[in-house]
Structures are given as C-alpha cells and as structure tokens.
Design a protein around this ligand. Structure first.
Ligand SMILES: [Zn+2]
Length: 193
C-alpha cells in the first residue's frame, strides 16, 4: 500500500497498460512528463527531470512560469527525433547535456507560438532579427540567425539561463550587442536577476 501512495501514476498506468509499456505520465515539480507509453531508462528520466530543474531555477514572471509548467512535455517515442515545439512541446528521448537548457528553449518556442502577436513573424521581432543579421556581430551561420523563431529562443534562453554553448553565449553579450532585443526579452518574459 505504501507504494500505491508514493507512486500513484506509475502504479495505475502499469495496471491499465500492457506489461511492456511504462508509465503514461509522471509529474515533477509542477510539470507533467508524458512518456507516450514508452518506458525510459533511469538515466534518461533523471536527465529530463534535470531539464525541469533548469526551468525551475530561472527568474521569470509568475505568469510565464505558470505557462511553462502548464505545457505537457511529450517525450519523443523515436530516440532519433529531435526536440521541437510549436503547438506542443517535444523533448528528445536522450540524456541532455546538464547545462544545456533544451526544455527552456522549447518552452520559449511554445510561448512565442501562443502568446506573441504574429508569433515568430511579430514585426518587432523580425526587425530585431534582421538588424542582428546585418550587424555582423554574430557568425552568419550561427543557429541564432537561422530565422526569427530560433533567434528569440536562442537569445531569450541565453538571457534567462545566463549562458549557452553556442552564440550568443552569455546574457551580457545579448545585453551589450542587442540592447533593444534584451529589453524585448525582459518585457516579454519578466526576467529579473
Ligand atoms: Zn529551437
């Protein structure tokens, strides 16, 4: 009975589903991880939970954090599929680098899709993206310059998390080189240090 109390979701799912399938979903720190019925190894479970820890560590407005927590995290069934988000949020079924906020990046895509007027074609965002491209301050082939959608996800996740493994690398770099975009990110996500 103790196990039933400690792990209600997992126990109910294993009763309801065929034996080869894992739990349907697991709650973690106010988020819901949807395993799409396919069990993951403990190291992958730990890595996905650690991605949530990275999101929970950031300082954004209560509205934005509530939105982030409300997004069901769908774990790709095929381990070859990449993380992506638009209408829904998908995370790769893999061990993610510990300091790479992949989930935060995808949740920013979700916010862009749901909450920004015009989504990634928002005129102010597009203008800032074009200006960053023209500036020559960033490598032309950098992922952050791929399109306005990746531009916001890469720069906002870097500002909010503080750093990234690829351009724009640091919060200070965005603040110094893209001050208007930095103000846009502060306004949009309520980021505070
Ligand atoms: Zn992206």
């Amino acid at each position: 009975m103790l196990n039933l109390i400690m792990q209600p979701v997992a126990v109910i799912a294993s009763v309801a589903a065929p034996a080869q399938q894992g739990p349907v979903e697991t709650p973690y720190r106010g988020h819901v991880i949807d395993w799409q019925g396919k069990l993951a190894s403990p190291d992958i479970v730990k890595s996905i939970e650690q991605q949530i820890d990275l999101v929970e560590a950031v300082k954004v407005s209560p509205e934005v954090m509530a939105f982030f927590r409300a997004q069901r995290i769908l774990i790709n069934e095929d381990p070859e599929d990449i993380s992506r988000a638009g209408l829904r949020t998908f995370l790769a079924r893999r061990i993610h680098p510990a300091d790479n906020p992949v989930l935060l990046h995808e949740l920013i895509h979700r916010w862009t899709f749901d909450r920004i007027p015009g989504r990634a074609q928002n005129p102010e965002l597009v203008r800032l993206y074009e200006a960053a491209r023209a500036s020559g301050d960033f490598p032309a082939n950098a992922y952050m310059l791929k399109n306005p959608n990746e531009f916001l996800a890469m720069t906002a996740s870097t500002v909010i998390h503080g750093r990234a493994a690829r351009p724009p690398f640091t919060r200070d770099n965005v603040r110094k080189k893209l001050p208007e975009l930095y103000a846009f990110i502060i306004r949009e996500f309520g980021f505070h240090e």
